[in-house]
Design a protein around this ligand. Structure first.
Ligand code: FHN
Length: 559
């Protein structure tokens, strides 16, 4: 895992014959992800395969793609050797349903990419769809060409799946990892067998967490697509993500993310010690959409400037995030990624001695004057005016590895963040029932009015605090709320119906609608450890996913 942890940033490439269709079928746009078109329209293999003629590769330039990955600061490439459509995007001897046999240029883009990646010192990795294969009669997914009752998954596993994995793991040099995907349908034992099969051929090759529905079977976990956890997670995780909304090339999808948003998301993941696997979807001639190149090059400038705070960094040592930015650590250093410019920053709870504070500028770092208040162990500094685009990164050099205050505590700005993943849950249902914390660190499955979530936190200053509950809607679905909740703290009780809420803008906003609802104000009479309990009084039956809590925010009210 060493190279993977060191890398932090990789390039995903979704390239297949679906790129020829550009998200259209018979003159009509096909909704959703471009690479799912065959499934959406139930296109028979004999018709779908004709797209292969249009994949010219005329402008496919493996060196240019590798150079783009390098310019973006990415350290590994994951190329779709075979996606769900079953079409091998490399020279497969096992199946003629492949790019070399069926596309007009008869070139092997996987070989060209692997050679260039190896030359450039990037890890070459392959995506392989191990369960879904719409061309193979025994794999899952295609029930329009093949009778599902006649499928024998074992035949696919021992046949196409393992044979092609052997080709990929013996014919393309050292492979960093196999990115398995969509495991629904594979048995636990089968996924272990597949993992062992990969390791036998290349012992150092990693396998992604999507080899099985339980991510721990893999060497690391993958979040849901474009999902960013609310809190830091134990273990190794990555987020696979898009630059627009689809993976394969789709002409109509012009919903490109700005470089600032991509850097914001990268920073979010660095603060959680996670990798960012960011996608490009080349067009039928093999060229990369101009928008993708432009965004990645711009992101690369920031990464180049701040590489010290990207590669090999670990998650924040704190339990909670701060409003003003994110933090990571490496050796005796803390890196602060600051969301706003020219702000006075106060970093609390640092037990170490701070030796130096500097603004990163690649070789021309700017020293920053700072003070450290002994009583509360707060390091304060003001950022000089900077011309750096996007977020500034400040490094705190410490006298040893970072030793910071743990748990939830009131921050110098008077805010107390009660993150969902830090709640103590009291659930009354059976094993698989009742509230739980999902992989994104949110409280989910909350339908029962008997269930409770409770937080303990340290208050520094007695006073009035407003209590704001942050909840989210289901992915891609507008927030509906409508639940009646109660919060109890210091002998006081607040009740509210989540009928309205201030839209939250954060790393999750594009795909998850999150709202902050005001529950009321409480008086915390004394500093010290306090607790807050959240109850669900009435669950809105219209909200199929129940109450989804991401955090409670207490804000000191200044009068
Ligand atoms: O179905 C695929 C999808 O096409 C794409 O490959 C993504 C990448 O993470 N994985 C699956 C959906 O999660």
């Amino acid at each position: 895992m060493k190279w993977w942890r060191e890398s932090r940033f990789g390039m995903f490439i979704h390239f297949g014959i679906y790129a020829v269709a550009e998200g259209m079928w018979k003159g009509e746009p096909v909704e959703g992800l471009a690479e799912w078109m065959q499934f959406r329209r139930r296109i028979p293999v004999c018709e779908y395969e004709k797209l292969a003629e249009g994949l010219t590769l005329r402008n496919f330039d493996a060196k240019a793609i590798v150079d783009l990955a390098k310019a973006a600061g990415m350290k590994y490439i994951v190329y779709t050797a075979k996606h769900h459509d079953g079409f091998a995007m490399y020279d497969s001897k096992y199946s003629d349903y492949n790019v070399v046999k069926m596309c007009p240029s008869h070139r092997d883009p996987a070989r060209e990419l692997a050679e260039e990646a190896h030359k450039a010192g990037l890890k070459m990795c392959f995506y392989y769809s191990q369960v879904l294969d719409w061309q193979d009669p025994d794999a899952f997914g295609n029930d329009w060409d093949y009778d599902p009752s006649k499928k024998v998954f074992r035949r696919f596993l021992d046949g196409k799946c393992k044979s092609q994995l052997r080709e990929l793991l013996t014919g393309y040099g050292d492979i960093g990892l196999i990115w398995f995907d969509m495991p629904k349908g594979i048995a636990y034992e089968e996924s272990l067998e597949l993992k062992a099969f990969v390791k036998e051929l290349q012992p150092d090759c990693l396998v992604s967490g999507r080899i099985y529905t339980e991510p721990t079977v893999g060497d690391y976990g993958s979040m849901g697509d474009n999902e960013f956890p609310s809190g830091k997670l134990p273990g190794d995780w990555e987020t696979p993500a898009t630059l627009n909304n689809t993976w394969g090339y789709r002409k109509l999808d012009t919903n490109w993310k700005e470089p600032a948003e991509i850097i914001r998301l990268l920073v979010e993941l660095l603060g959680k010690g996670m990798n960012y696997l960011l996608n490009i979807g080349p067009m039928a001639d093999g060229s990369v959409p101009e928008e993708s190149s432009a965004i990645l090059k711009e992101v690369g400038k920031w990464v180049e400037q701040n590489g010290e705070a990207v590669y090999g960094t670990l998650a924040t040592p704190y339990s909670c995030d701060f409003e003003w930015g994110r933090i990571s650590e490496k050796e005796n250093r803390l890196y602060l990624y600051l969301f706003e410019k020219n702000k006075a920053i106060r970093v609390p709870g640092i037990h170490n001695k701070v030796q130096k504070v500097r603004l990163l500028k690649k070789g021309r770092d700017i020293p920053i004057e700072f003070t450290k208040r002994r009583d509360e162990e707060i390091v304060s500094f003001e950022l000089p005016d900077t011309d750096t685009p996007y977020f500034d990164v400040v490094c705190l050099e410490l006298d040893g590895s970072p030793d910071v205050e743990q748990g939830i505590f009131e921050q110098p700005d008077g805010r107390i963040h009660l993150y969902a993943h830090m709640a103590k849950l009291n659930h009354t249902g059976g094993e698989s029932d009742g509230i739980t914390i999902d992989p994104n660190g949110n409280i989910v499955n909350w339908f029962r009015t008997e269930d409770r979530a409770e937080w303990e936190f340290a208050v520094r200053q007695p006073g009035m605090y407003s209590v704001l509950l942050q909840t989210r809607g289901v992915k891609y679905t507008p927030w509906a709320g409508g639940h009646r909740v109660a919060a109890e703290c210091c002998g006081q009780r607040m009740e509210a119906v989540l009928s309205d809420g201030k839209k939250v803008s954060n790393a999750h906003s594009r795909y998850f609608d999150e709202r902050l609802s005001d529950l009321g104000t409480i008086r915390i009479p004394k500093a010290g450890t306090r607790s807050l309990t959240l109850k669900l009084l009435n669950c809105n039956p219209e909200e199929k996913a129940g109450l989804l809590v991401t955090r409670i925010l207490l804000e000191r009210v200044t009068v």
